[in-house]
Design a protein around this ligand. Sequence first.
Ligand SMILES: [Zn+2]
Length: 340
Amino acid sequence: MSRFGQFARNVGRIIPSGVVRPLGRPAAVLFHGVEPITRDVRLQTNHHETAAFLRIARHLKTHFDVLPIEALDDVLARPDRHPRAIFLTSDDGYANTLTVAADILAEFRLPWTLFVSTHHVATGERNPIFLARLFALHAPEGRYEIANLSRPLILGPRRDGTATELVSDLRAMEMSKAQDAVDAMIGAMDRDRVNALLDEFASEAFLNWEQVRTLKRRGVAIGAHAHRHWPMNGAQDMSGLRDQARRSRALIEAEVGPCAYFAYPFGNKGDISRAAWLAVREAGYRAAFTTLSGTLDAASNRFLLPRYGLEADAPHLSTYISLLRAGNARVHRFQRALAG
Ligand SMILES: [Zn+2]
């Protein structure tokens, strides 16, 4: 979480939401998946539990105007007219967005946008960061020489730190090299054991195209979250970035229908280069979302819009959202640093 996100949460615990409500500005918010119960937060970090997600949905319905993504242009043009506007979005394309989240959001009549990583929808291959963590936390103890990693991986009895370091190393690599490393990790494990773990963590399974079309028919807007779930940062070359932006849009348009919005994988500072947002603009999207916290009137660049990651539960959600404008200075600095 960003320093601002932490600040907002701390302040939110002591200030009643009515006091900060007049400070509210339009914003985009983000969740990933929703699971009845999560058992291992190290591997299932992306999922809200159903009971908490119900509270979040109720909170959004009560305190905000949750708008369809088609209203984005109007909100960006006239943010003052939409102080309570929220765009609700979900990233990656987990299967549980259909089996759990969609029913909850339909019950509350909340419009939402789903950003899918098309390689994963097309193949069912799990998120490479999840696979790397699975290896780091569940491979047998030992010393592993993995392709493209700068040093051998030593897996002992305590691994949480190793898993975190491994993920940060992978995020800093060119994506085909990082992908080869992840493939080598999974290849180094017993296949039956891997399959058993994939079953155990079925929360990480992706939607297939037919399921994405089902969501679309139910009114969910479908956007792109790149082709493969890797950062679009300075470690990636221009042709790779263009492919991430173009191919995801082309596949969604072929399988589902028009695709006008993009969300960057990971989406924080360090995950997006100047070449990345230029590639996204060139691919024909109308706008793109990061995961920096801020409000939508912070946007001088519609291809680097801020978006707030919803925390696990919602007791102070309306206060946090009302305070999001405090993150705008950081969003502006970020946008300026990547200026075209
Ligand atoms: Zn993602």
